[in-house]
Design a protein around this ligand. Sequence first.
Ligand code: NCD
Length: 351
Amino acid sequence: MKSSLKTFEEYFSQSVEVRMQHYEKAGRLQHVMLSHQFSIKLMEELFDIADHIKGMTRKPNGIEFLKSLLSHKKAMLYFTQPSTRTFLSFLTACQMVGMDTGEVRDPSLSSEYKGESQEDGVRVFSSYFDLIIMRDPKPGFCEYMAYLLDNTGRSVPIMNGGSGKDQHPTQALLDLYTIHRSFQHKGGISKKRYAFVGDLLRGRAVRSSVMLLSQYKDVEMDFVAPSSFQIAEDLEDILRSQNIKIRKTDDLGSVLSDVDCVYMTRLQDEYDLSGESNLIDYSQFSLTTDNVNQMKSDAIILHPLPRRHEISTEVDADPRAMYWRQLRNGVYIRAALLLYVFNVAHRLKDY
Ligand code: NCD
C-alpha cells in the first residue's frame, strides 16, 4: 500500500489495525510483524506444515526434498540486538528449506559505521535478498522498514525477529506450537489456565504470546510479577475488553497448583533506566524442584530462554519442563512460516 508518511514516529503512531493492512498481499501475509496477524486458522495451518516438516527431517530423502523447496531464494539476517536462539533458529530454518543466507549482526562492521542510515542499509539488502529477517531494539522499527520498502516499489518480505519491548511474533508462534503439541491429546489449547511469571512489563515474548493465546476459547490467565513489572496497561485493557478471566498477583505459590502451563521469563534489565531491577527479589518469581512439585502432573513449563536463575537446572529433568523442546519447535515453525510466505507449502504433498 503506497502512502506518504515521512517519519518512523508518524508511521508508528497509527493504530495496529491501520498498520496491519500494509503487511498483506493478495490475501496472505507478506510481512510478519505482529502477533495480531495470526488467526487461529492460520496458526493451525502453520502447525500442520511444521508437523510435516518435523516428520520429514527424520529421513534423508525428506531432508533433501525440503532443501529443494526454496533453493532459489536468499535471506538476509539483520540482527542489531543481541540474539542466540532466534538468530540460529531462523538460520537453521532457512538452511532446512534450502535458502542461502547473509548476515549483519554488528553495525560497526557495516556501512552504518560510515554513517549510512539503517533505512538505506535495508534498501541494499532488499536489492540482494528475497527476504529480510531482522531484530532491532526500537519498537516498531522493522514495521517502518517494511512500510518504507513497500514505498520503494522493490519490496521483499520482512520478518520481525524481536522489536524492542514490543513484539516477538515468531517466538509467540513457537510458544503456541509447543502448547498445541503438549495439549493435543489433552483437550487442546482452549479452556486452560496459563500463568505468566516474571518481568511481564518489558518481556516482548509474553506480550506476543498473550495476544495469540487470547483468541482461544475460555482461556484464563494469571500474571505473576513484582508490582512494578506487571503487564502493561494497554495489554490488560485488550484482555479485559475480550472478557478474558485474568488475575494479577505477586505470589507464585498461590497459583502453581491450579494452572496448566507456567510461562517463565527472565528480568529484562537491559531496559532499566536507573537500576530498578536491583530492587527486586527475583527468587520469588523462580521455579525450583520444591515448588514445581506443587504443579499438576500434566502441566507444562515454558521459557523463551535465555534463563538466568528463574528455573533451577534440576527442573530440566522434570517431564513437565518443555523449554528445550520449545526451542527445537522454533526451527520447524519458522521453516513452516518460510514455506507459507513464499507460497510453496502445498508442494509438501509431492513428497
Ligand atoms: C526472548 C527475547 O529476545 O525476547 N528470547 C528469545 O528470543 N528466545 C526472551 C528474552 O530475551 O528474555
